[in-house]
Design a protein. Structure first.
Length: 327
């Protein structure tokens, strides 16, 4: 910094203001300093800056899985929102989410020096007392619960499941069968509970739930089981991948969609409009979830105050996989 100051014929304080992006520097002087930086190959030392300011301008992300559509879309939005705010992200995957694994992930992030952490763990882990999170570190939770300890940003899972179920009932189907996600999944639990509550509110029979693992393979296997039951005329799958497997099963067993069986998914992944038939589904706004999670975290980092939890609305996208049942 002293070399830059000599080269630009300014004070070290002026160089500091320029390197930190302050606006109280004359434009001509700023350009002279920047030119000196370029000439000398000067790069501001982020570690030294962190020691002075107490900020690392880094966000930690603990994520349950990198394979799911929703998690990757949310992570992409977090990375973009963080970069726009001048922050980098440090990602710690937790492939087998247990209480101990989440605690270990926090320990690793503590070594990486982050200003706060976003947790994307869809299992019901954060409801359990054995998860130890460090005191004083800002935390925002996505797609889980946190017993009111931390702000939660999530899709309104219950509203989306209600939209899907009511759509099928309003078409005239007597009831709706459900291909649920894993029992340990927070999202799957809320979608299943809302599906059941909606059927009961409309006086419809609640069929037995069949449980998959989010994959199209499990949807196909369970779809073959449902296809053998002639009473099944409407199916709500807890995600688009399992809905794809259901569509394949119906095709293989000769049950036409939507003439004999209507199918609704959840997510609105890009490929859903290219399924055959194009899939009616519930759209989640993962980009909005990611952006708001970064906003909530940085608000606490900068002010020391937690924001309220946020639910991002869902939208029903009606395509050709649903229709009124045959008379």
């Amino acid at each position: 910094m002293a070399d830059v100051a000599r080269e630009a014929n300014v004070s070290g304080q002026t160089v500091s203001r320029v390197s930190n992006g302050r606006d109280n520097v004359d434009p001509e002087t700023r350009e002279r300093v920047l030119e000196a930086m370029r000439k000398l190959g000067y790069r501001p030392n982020s570690a030294a800056r962190a020691l002075r300011s107490g900020r690392f301008h880094s966000i930690g992300v603990i994520m349950f899985t990198l394979s799911s559509f929703g998690n990757m879309r949310t992570l992409d939005a977090i990375a973009i929102a963080a970069a726009d705010a001048g922050y980098s992200i440090t990602l710690i995957p937790v492939p087998h989410p247990t209480q101990g694994e989440v605690s270990v992930a926090f320990d690793r992030l503590s070594e990486e020096a982050v200003d706060g952490v976003i947790i994307i763990v869809e299992a019901h882990l954060l409801d359990e007392n054995d998860v130890v999170l460090p005191a004083g570190l800002p935390v925002v939770v996505v797609d889980s619960t946190a017993r009111d300890r931390y702000p939660v940003v999530d899709t309104d899972q219950a509203h989306g499941a209600r939209l899907a179920t009511e759509h099928l009932l309003e078409l005239g189907h007597r009831t709706v069968w459900h291909v649920a996600g894993p029992e340990r999944s927070y999202s799957a639990t809320h979608r299943r509970e809302s599906w059941e509550a909606t059927l009961r509110a409309h006086g419809a029979e609640v069929p037995p739930v069949v449980v998959g693992d989010w994959s199209s393979e499990s949807g196909h296997e369970l779809g073959l089981e449902l296809a053998r039951n002639p009473e099944v005329t409407a199916i709500f799958a807890a995600n688009d991948q399992m809905a794809l497997g259901v569509l394949r099963a119906m095709h293989e067993t000769g049950r036409a969609v939507p003439d004999e069986v209507s199918v609704v998914g959840f997510d609105d992944m890009e490929e859903s409009r290219s399924f055959w038939p194009p899939l009616t589904t519930v759209r989640q706004f993962f980009g909005e979830v990611g952006r708001r999670s970064v906003e909530a975290l940085l608000h606490e980092v900068e002010s020391g105050e937690q924001e309220d939890s946020t639910l991002v609305a869902t939208e029903l996208i009606v395509r050709e996989s649903t229709a009124a049942p045959r008379a």
